[in-house]
Design a protein around this ligand. Sequence first.
Ligand SMILES: *Cc1c(COP(=O)(O)O)cnc(C)c1O
Length: 349
Amino acid sequence: MAPWRGLIDSDYRPRLPVHPGTPAVSLHEGNTPLLYSRHLSGRTGCEVWLKVEGANPTGSFKDRGMTVAVSRAVEAGAELVLCASTGNTSASAAAYAARGGIASAVLVPASGVARGKLAQAARYGARIVEIGGTFDDCLRIARALATSPGVALVNSVGNELRLAGQRTVAYEIVDALGAAPDIHCLPVGNGGNITATWQGYVAYDRGRPRIWGFQAAGAAPLVHGAPVPAPRTDATAIRVGSPATWAPAIAARDESGGLIAAVPDAEIFAAYRELGSHDGVFAEPSSAAAVAGLLARHRAGRLSPGSRVVVTLTGNGLKDPDAALRADYSTTSADPTAPDVARSLGLAA
Ligand SMILES: *Cc1c(COP(=O)(O)O)cnc(C)c1O
């Protein structure tokens, strides 16, 4: 079998907006695990699969679009990759810019970016600008600066390059399962991923799932039908009050016969713990919103038994260690002797 060399040099290349001369700026993103969840399947009476996007090179699905956007930016002679971010876009943009040999600058909210993501942007060498405002402020400013010469804005809003790359998740799922699932669950923040996932299934044309998107209850503009000025949730990757990809996200919901619903943080964090302790998958809190949403639909009797369901786990739990250590867990201490450790573990002497 040929080794995996990333999306641009894969069989999906004809579906990506690259030219014969486009340099592939890649960290071998894509080809992520699709894991069967015995736990969630048992809990729901369905066949539940987890698309583990945290296995991408910078730990989130953002790498799928970034390989395309940065490759094209390098081809076009850009000198600076610029983005606004709740964290993962900045980590990905900075990594791909470094790989492509150009500079990056990231605009992030001064509070609410998970520490692992900031650590990534720092180590990939980005210029980090912390803005005393929300993600929505960062995006507004990034868009205003995008017209400067040599600057490539790599946010997904209106960015066909990013969306085209992100569509590949649907191609991989269809190739792995042999057909589209009945239902595809994912968290929704700015709306790019729900849009790209739906468009991917449509373009691949081997069945269409209902798309079930979930927002955090304190940051659910697409559910309420109006922007939320002060979005609140500890799932920081989906703390977005004014989704830039609004109309296409609603179209993905409606054309697929799906829904976009809200889930409270308490349920998001319960699902977050459950995923780790029952499936061995450490995803970030925002990813768990999709699991929480699936379980809520099941509880409400709105999930047909036997459905085949795919859940996108959008990002890696390691990115947000503070969230992980805030949720309840147990430690015990012991003296450095085997008998004392045996005592603290309750093992027979
Ligand atoms: C970006 C991101 C989201 C939200 O995706 P949108 O395209 O903004 O809707 C969800 N989870 C994680 C981990 C993300 O990085």
